[in-house]
Ligand binder design. Structure first.
Ligand code: G1P
Length: 271
């Protein structure tokens, strides 16, 4: 069973500047609710019992959001407002399952994952990238089902426009397992169009094996001077670890850019 999830939250959020010069993008409200709460709800509904947040000193606002007990208790004592009580209870529910670790240098997603090494107990864990919202369908839940069915690592995937190929991790599939699941044998981080093995991109949901930590420890910085999870996945594939690309149902929203963030608000308000 997959019981633990990790969420890298130390990213600088440059695509959302100037907002992110003082604010954590994951707390920006999407239709009135911080983006990170959609991700947490997806995890809880998928049966996750513990979530490790990877934050940085600059992103301590996120930790404070979940650890503001005295503030709530004082207000609730003065005003017995049922709405505030309900919100506080919700925060407490999240707080109970969140742990915090730090990544103080923005050295990439792979480096962020490595910070959770001492927290992961089981053979596999889930990772969610908070910029990627998937609505109308619980992507984590269906990936956990795929993991159970094929006993393998899984990544969410989607066909993308070739013009945007250098924005994604791109993979090559070798075998169709069923309508939505494909075995892959190559994955490249942000390739140029002529180096891209397909127009199939990895989206920010991964079921990864604990073994990945030993690969991450050996990696040197790749594209853009960062340690990429994609490069560690390729090393595992080279050693015959099974990785499945799962074409998820539901709608993908990129809330890490301003245009995508505005669209996310619009799409979620229609639900
Ligand atoms: C990350 C991953 C990339 C993946 C993308 C999905 O990129 O490195 O492989 O395709 O998320 O959103 P980032 O968005 O951090 O540039």
């Amino acid at each position: 069973m997959i019981k633990q999830a990790i969420i890298p939250l130390a990213g600088l959020g440059t695509r959302l500047l100037p907002l992110t010069s003082v604010f954590a993008k994951e707390l920006l409200p999407i239709n009135g609710k911080p983006g990170i709460e959609y991700i947490l709800d997806e995890c809880i509904e998928a049966g996750i019992k513990e979530i490790v947040f990877i934050i940085s000193k600059k992103k301590e606002m996120i930790k404070n959001y979940f650890n503001n007990d005295k503030f709530y208790k004082d207000i609730i004592k003065k005003k017995k407002d049922p709405r505030i009580i309900k919100e506080y209870k919700k925060i407490l529910k999240y707080k109970k399952i969140i742990k915090f670790v730090y990544q103080n240098k923005p050295l990439g997603t792979g480096d962020a994952v490595l910070k959770t090494k001492n927290y992961i107990k089981d053979k596999y864990f889930l990772m969610l990238l908070p910029d990627d919202l998937i609505i109308k369908y619980n992507c984590s839940k269906s990936m956990i089902d795929v993991h159970k069915r094929y006993n393998s690592s899984v990544m969410a995937s989607m066909t993308v426009n070739k013009k945007t190929i250098s924005r994604w991790g791109v993979y090559k599939l070798i075998k169709k397992l069923d309508k939505k699941n494909f075995l892959i044998n190559d994955v490249i981080e942000k390739p140029s169009l002529n180096k891209a093995p397909s127009n199939k991109a990895v989206i920010g949901r991964y079921i990864l094996p604990k073994k990945i930590f030993s690969k991450l420890q050996k990696l040197t910085p790749g594209k853009g001077g960062e340690i990429h999870i994609t490069d560690a996945i390729q090393l595992l594939i080279n050693e015959n670890e099974k990785f499945i690309a799962h074409n998820f149902s539901g709608k993908y929203l990129d809330c890490g850019s301003m245009q995508g963030y505005i669209k996310s608000n619009f799409e979620i308000s229609k639900l």
